[in-house]
Design a protein around this ligand. Structure first.
Ligand SMILES: NC(=O)c1ccc[n+]([C@@H]2O[C@H](COP(=O)([O-])OP(=O)(O)OC[C@H]3O[C@@H](n4cnc5c(N)ncnc54)[C@H](OP(=O)(O)O)[C@@H]3O)[C@@H](O)[C@H]2O)c1
Length: 298
């Protein structure tokens, strides 16, 4: 099938494009910086992530659209940065929905990225897809982003919202940053260490997206997180074990807030998100426990 990948040049997009192309799908990447396609690589098509243009012709007749586009959350959240994080997602998703509306042959499915940040900070208890959004920055951003994507449903396109956890992989920059203090013999839990850390390995992220494309009964929000979230203190212990480094030096919350500002929320606030919907639909995870995922990623 023809799959359009918006924001397909990033961590998840690149891995997903590789997998779909290897399975014989016709993958087209929407990017702001098109590259000459490699001999067998996916075709790159230019868009600006906001306005209509010739790229819209690619949606007409495509069987599926995956939307991963959005400003990276991985640097200090100054006001302008926060605006870009939210606006880039709403604009890109809005542009895709408008293109779907005006296409003659509409895609059967839109699989849209979202994040477990949707739920805000939930100190205790399992968090399933039925929980409402949090009222913090990430919660309100994800809720607006999802609302925009859901509009594609009005034109008969199935919409799946992938509420993804923290992605563990050798190539994931955020994970590499997490490893750094451990490699320097200064690693340990951040904040109290009791907060939940909903993680997932990149291979399972890619399989989850592929699963959503192929399973017509799956729709609406789906937690794309491992079935076994851990508390931060266990995460730190497992990283230390895998790297043969100490893992007891805590990074206090006040220091993280000082260095990272509000972005420290990503580390200090968490939720025990579980993939209830994916499990109900029969999805099988390759990496069920965090020690397995870390071992292959350090
Ligand atoms: N990785 C994680 O741990 C994680 C966890 C939860 C949710 N997610 C969500 O999943 C999606 C994909 O994640 P990822 O890690 O693959 O992200 P990523 O590596 O940052 O890639 C996102 C892509 O979005 C495009 N982009 C960046 N700024 C944009 C803008 N202003 N307008 C339009 N497009 C823009 C870029 O493509 P071009 O430069 O080629 O245009 C980039 O390759 C993101 O929306 C992210 O929020 C990721």
């Amino acid at each position: 099938m023809k799959v359009l990948l918006a924001g397909g040049t990033g961590l998840i997009g690149e891995a997903l494009a590789k997998r779909l192309a290897a399975e014989g799908h016709n993958v087209v990447i929407l990017t702001r910086k098109p590259r000459e396609a490699a001999a067998q690589g996916p075709r790159h098509v230019r868009w600006d992530g906001a306005s209509s243009g010739p790229w819209e012709a690619e949606i007409d007749g495509a069987e599926a659209v995956v939307n991963l586009a959005g400003e990276s959350v991985g640097s200090r959240w100054a006001r302008a940065k926060k605006n870009r994080i939210t606006e880039s997602r709403i604009r890109a998703t809005g542009a895709i929905v408008r293109a779907i509306r005006s296409s003659t042959k509409k895609p059967g499915v839109l699989v849209n990225a979202s994040a477990v940040g949707f739920y805000g900070h939930v100190p205790e208890g399992e968090v399933t897809e039925a929980m409402p959004p949090g009222d913090d920055f990430l919660g309100t951003t994800c809720a607006q982003w999802e609302t925009e994507a859901q509009k594609a449903g009005e034109f008969g396109t199935r919409v799946v919202l992938m509420r993804t956890g923290f992605v563990i992989a050798r190539e994931a920059e955020a994970f590499r940053r997490l490893l750094l203090p451990f490699k320097l013999f200064t690693g340990g839990p951040f904040g109290s260490g009791n907060q939940w850390f909903p993680w997932i390995h990149l291979e399972d992220v890619v399989s989850g997206y592929a699963y959503a494309l192929e399973h017509p009964k799956l729709s609406g929000p789906a937690n794309l997180t491992s079935p076994n979230p851990v508390r931060v203190k266990q995460l730190a212990k497992e990283i230390g074990k895998a790297l043969h480094r100490p893992s007891f030096l805590p990074a206090p919350a006040f220091a993280l807030k000082l260095i990272l500002g509000e972005m420290s929320d990503l580390l200090l606030k968490g939720q025990k998100a579980v993939p209830l919907k994916l499990k109900e639909h029969g999805f099988v995870f390759k990496y069920e426990t965090v020690d397995q995922a870390i071992r292959v990623s350090v």
